[in-house]
Design a binder for this molecule. Structure first.
Ligand code: EPU
Length: 302
């Protein structure tokens, strides 16, 4: 979608917003799939209510992009614009056991920075790509931990109230790959409370998790992590593997040979191909196991 109205374009600098025309979502997502649209890069949180008013009053639909690491975007010219936070300097401010982190901060860099300052707890999430905001929204977890356990406060733009608010950790529910935030809430910043641990000890935990991840997941390939959530008490990856579906492909969209719940873009896969593969695997699992797998990957299809 193109935004060319000079009145809209002229209002952006004052809101702290930079417009990039015809951005490629394939370049902004870890799957490397997605068409083009205009990208609004937000440099100050306080400009968001004004930006949203401007877009809504001009009937311009929008979506809010985090790190693009758990996302499958449709092909071609997209019928909505995309908003994304620009990383501020610094991304993380520490005070005792608390880390105040901007939603745009890279998750891995945040974990490492906290570790160097003897704050641990999130070792399991090392290697999970994406932003802190994205991890927060879906309550990212791995190796027995989840980010929600450390959240004490969240600053967010509440679309329903059209304003920026701060919620306490106990006002938010964090479940397996799910939170109580509304779909159109935008994560802006989070205050984490992390256990004090010597850097060397945290590093040891990070090395173990890295090793487990390297041995079981296709890290060097374009993917969105796990495609499906695990059904209660089962592993989607194991079920897909048991059906012999590793390597199954639709064009360049392929079930990973290493971990069957990772679907990779092995070249120039389109969203259509990836969606066909997802639907096919879901069908086969439903027929064989009587379980309908739910997407973990977020799909933005026109
Ligand atoms: N397995 C297979 N074949 C496969 C994949 C897995 O037999 O192709 C078996 C494994 O051998 C193991 C069991 O299934 O016995 C579970 O596998 P794994 O330990 O890899 O965990 P998972 O349930 O497949 C979950 C998360 C991952 C997270 C890992 C480690 C989900 C959907 N996935 O995977 O998260 O990294 O545990 O904690 O919850 C993600 O969310 O994107 C993600 C990658």
């Amino acid at each position: 979608m193109r935004v060319e109205d000079p009145k809209i374009v002229a209002a952006l600098p004052e809101l702290g917003v930079e417009l990039r025309s015809r951005a490629s979502l394939a370049e902004l997502t870890s799957l490397g799939i997605g068409g083009t649209t205009d990208l609004f890069r937000i440099k100050k949180h306080e400009g968001i209510p004004g930006l949203l008013n401007l877009l809504d009053s001009n009937r311009i639909p929008h979506k809010f992009l985090g790190g693009g690491s758990n996302l499958l975007v449709g092909d071609g010219e997209l019928p909505w614009v995309v908003l994304q936070l620009v990383k501020p300097e610094p991304e993380v401010v520490l005070e005792g056991n608390f880390a105040q982190v901007d939603a745009a901060a890279d998750l891995g860099r945040t974990i490492t920075y906290c570790a160097k300052n003897d704050l641990g707890g999130m070792e399991g999430l090392i290697g999970v790509p994406g932003t802190v905001g994205g991890a927060l929204r879906m309550n990212a977890g791995a190796y027995g931990m989840q980010i929600g356990s450390y959240v004490r406060e969240v600053k967010l733009y509440r679309a329903a109230e059209r304003k920026i608010e701060t919620l306490k950790g106990d006002q938010i529910s964090f479940e397996y790959r799910h939170t109580s935030f509304a779909p159109d809430d935008m994560m802006l910043a989070v205050k984490l409370e992390l256990p004090a641990k010597p850097f060397k000890e945290i590093l040891q935990g990070i090395r173990i998790c890295n090793e487990k991840r390297r041995s079981s997941q296709p890290l060097g390939q374009k993917s969105a992590g796990c495609i499906f959530k695990n059904p209660p008490g089962a592993s989607a990856g194991r079920m897909i593997d048991e059906l012999g579906l590793k390597g199954l492909n639709v064009g360049d969209a392929r079930v990973s040979d290493r971990h069957a719940n990772f679907f990779v873009n092995a070249g120039k896969a389109s969203a259509k191909e990836m969606l066909t593969l997802i639907a096919d695997v879901r069908d086969r699992v439903a027929k064989a196991f009587g379980v309908t797998l739910e997407n973990e990957v977020v799909v933005w299809n026109a």
